[in-house]
Write a protein that binds this ligand. Structure first.
Ligand SMILES: Cc1ncc(C[n+]2csc(CCOP(=O)(O)OP(=O)(O)O)c2C)c(N)n1
Ligand SMILES: [Mg+2]
Length: 333
């Protein structure tokens, strides 16, 4: 695995803090009704993305996930200003403002969404990996899903085919303990989700996903296996989200004490503590990072605020059109 150095820790700190603050800003503007629809935040789960990016080859590897999807494309290189503009529904957004929160997408950066149907992205992730294998491209697809998605038939059908065909895919379950308000223990007798891999003869393991280094190690092994042609891996990344499922969650299913206990494991605090302990940066240098993050978030907000709404005609560019349909003219003149 690429060495974890002082530079890695400083990057992890700045990236994770930026993702957290970027989404804190989204929560704020959501309440002001500038961002509408659903809004599912990644708050608490950032070590997963930080660890994954450390071992991915961003020139060729791919990623697909569910609706908790604002920061992953940023990590993969998409301009965060465009992501914020997308959430505002502005024409400068990643999908010209037509996708919104659950549907961030960037083909250029090999980030394939952004999917609202629980488990819907799982077969798509395997399909992308199938194409890479078929065309003999050396890419690996990380297919993320929540703990709730593992009870969908789509996962089981996909695991069966992915291992049969040795597809270059890593299935990453982000087990944050809950599917909306329903705990893992309420929906299944077996709570060790990673063991599902055993039923399909897929190498599988649990991972402490509050620590980016642990995530990187597990994913590095899995990605090497995929790249060698030895097929998929199934990982259970044990994490936690501090905010509600979405912005409209009263969180009656858990106690404040439970959240506080997990906040003691906060990945950003952990990374910052290591930076201090190993003297990778002084307090002054850390403050400078914090300031830079704040400024970058403000720039995104300003860009989204000042951008124009998409032209109404854009709506007609993204639907199938039957040229000879007799009743309606689909495009305004
Ligand atoms: C097929 C389908 N069923 C139900 C829903 C409603 N729904 C949206 S999110 C969600 C919970 C998913 O939880 P999990 O997979 O653990 O992801 P998390 O939100 O924790 O990241 C449900 C049931 C849906 N979007 N799609
Ligand atoms: Mg969950």
């Amino acid at each position: 695995m690429k060495k974890v150095t002082k530079a890695t820790y400083l990057k992890w700190y700045e990236d994770m803090l930026f993702w957290r603050k970027f989404e804190d800003k989204l929560a704020q503007v959501y309440i002001q009704q500038k961002v509408r629809g659903f809004l599912h935040l990644y708050n608490g789960q950032e070590a997963i993305l930080a660890g994954a990016l450390h071992v991915m080859d961003l020139e060729k590897d791919r990623m697909i996930t569910a609706y908790r999807n604002h920061v992953q494309p940023i990590g993969m290189g998409v301009d965060p200003k465009k992501v914020m503009a997308e959430l505002y529904g502005k024409g400068t957004g990643t999908s010209q403002g037509l996708g919104g929160s659950m549907h961030i997408f960037s083909k250029e950066h090999r980030f394939y969404g952004g999917h609202g149907i629980v488990g819907g992205q799982i077969p798509l992730g395997a399909g992308i990996a199938f194409a890479d294998k078929y065309h003999k491209r050396d890419s690996v697809t990380l297919t993320f899903m929540g703990d709730g998605a593992v009870r969908q038939g789509s996962l089981h059908e996909t695991l069966n085919m992915a291992v049969k065909w040795n597809l270059p895919v890593v299935f990453c379950v982000e087990n944050n303990g809950y599917a909306m308000g329903t705990s893992v223990a309420r929906t299944s007798k077996g709570t060790d989700i990673y063991k599902l891999g055993n039923g399909y003869d897929i190498p599988c393991a649990p991972v402490d996903a509050m620590d980016p280094e642990k995530v990187a190690e597990a994913l590095d092994e899995a990605m090497k296996r995929a790249r060698k042609g030895d097929g998929p891996t199934f990982l259970e990344l044990k994490t936690y989200r501090y905010r509600g499922h979405s912005m409209s969650d009263a969180q009656k299913y858990r106690t404040k004490d439970e959240v506080a206990e997990y906040q003691k494991l906060d990945p950003i605090t952990k990374v910052k503590d290591i930076i201090k302990e190993k003297k990778y940066a002084s307090d002054k240098e850390i403050k400078a990072i914090d300031k830079r993050v704040k400024e970058r978030v403000s720039e995104c907000e300003k860009f989204a605020e000042e951008s124009d709404w998409p032209e109404k005609s854009v709506m007609y560019d993204v639907v199938y059109e039957q040229e000879n349909y007799p009743f309606l003219s689909h495009k305004p003149e």
